[in-house]
Design a protein around this ligand. Sequence first.
Ligand code: ATP
Length: 531
Amino acid sequence: MPAASLEQLASLCKRRGFIYPSSDIYGGLQGVFDYGPLGVELKNNIINSWWRANVYARDDMEGLDASILMNKLVWKYSGHEETFNDPLVDCRACKGRWRADHIKGKCPSCGSSDLTEPRPFNMMFKTAVGPVADSDSFAYLRPETAQGIFANFGNVLATTSRKLPFGIAQVGKAFRNEINPRNFLFRVREFEQMEIEFFVMPGSEEEWHDRWLEDRLSWWESIGVPRHQIQIYDVPKGDLAHYSKRTYDLMYNYPSLGYEEIEGIASRSDYDLGSHSRDQENLGLSANVSTNRDSVAKLTYYDQANNRHVVPFVIEPSAGVGRCFLAVLSEAYDEQLVKEPAADKVETVRTALDAFVKSVSRSEKLSGEQRDAIVAQAEHVSADLANRLPQVEQLLGMPGADGIEVGKKLRGVAQPVVDEFYRTVLHLKPHLAPNKVAVFPLKRNHEGLVGLAKGIRSNLQLEANMRTVYDDTGAIGKLYRRQDEIGTPFCVTVDFQSLEDGSVTVRDRDSMQQERVLASELEQYVREKSR
Ligand code: ATP
């Protein structure tokens, strides 16, 4: 069951250390986030899975890691200086600034329709390069990784023995001064992209475009984002970017947002290599490019069979790591009733919830909007309280709710019931899970049990290269829940029998079934079960 809302995911991410607001101690910075201890593991696993599928599992790809700062001429000839704009409007009433195509003619902040005409706002960040600050000494932070690949096309061709078709893959940071960053990781100002530029013979681009569409959908499926959750949007001709012949946008069904772009797969013709080449008039370009008198290179490919130089066409699958991270979490998210809670316990929570709603309705600290939102959510939870008890925590995390004193009482009553009867579980694919295994000793002050558990941990982590954690800070049931919530596929408990026969209990995250396995065979067991 995918997550019900972005708030549900944001709350988990914050609670368990997947994502923090950047510069939290100074009030944050809008549209910028940090990946915490679990977030960095999940993010790296996503990137590694992408690299494996697109570089190692194919024999027509090379990798690259180009710099973030580049000569500003790159951005002149790529077309970004002129066209990488979003339409900006000002609200004359409250001075808010908005992206015109995201607001339907009304200021989202104050509701006024008194808006300025949209004007282009360039999204590239500028920075000074070197100690002399004159009008010429600036550079841009790259708004996409793609141009680093185009600028290196000739280098890669000259230093490998590649023949067309072949591609170059890259993962790296990109920066966009979004007018209104929002929706958690979905629209931010600093993010990572996973991009491929795949170079093909002119004339074969349609076939390769469709092949890439299929390949990319298979990859999404392999990381737990199924096809039925993705719509393919064939971008209408009039809406295509200046470089594009045709683009498929993959639209994922995000919680709270509905279908929004997770990846773009563009057929870019010979626009990019042509734009960055000199002597364009002799290249027989199909794309309409600006004259380039600055480049020292011709970004062409020698077609031996026909004894001619051609400018390859390009297919570009481009996905954002953060949007992928959200989709993976959303698909994996589940709240399960483990056993039916006793009726009197549910009623105790209901009484506390009613008192909370009363207090919210009377509170003068809340805006009308906040009050309505909290009450609506509380009514939703109350309507099926036995099944929605875990949502009390999100209710208490809503804007303004933390100022309601009786909220503390509600949390105090609800939390133990949730801990006893429910679990939040991330059904992450094992290769993406931040921790593969968690190891617990049955007793934390027993030297033999602790020694064996720690030995298993370091063996799996260092010898078998599986991220493994040791925990002895609670009862086993509680430790299981803690690992379920962060998607750890296997929990290993070391008990007294382990000291006698070398076997341990392995508990499976999804089925919650337990099996006895020899500690010496754990690595193999986990590998087989993770396939
Ligand atoms: P949008 O229309 O949503 O602004 P875009 O069409 O400008 O996106 P592309 O330029 O095609 O996006 O970038 C490729 C991918 O990079 C997107 O599919 C998305 O996954 C990611 N991406 C782009 N902008 C952002 C952003 N501001 N925050 C997070 N990810 C982004």
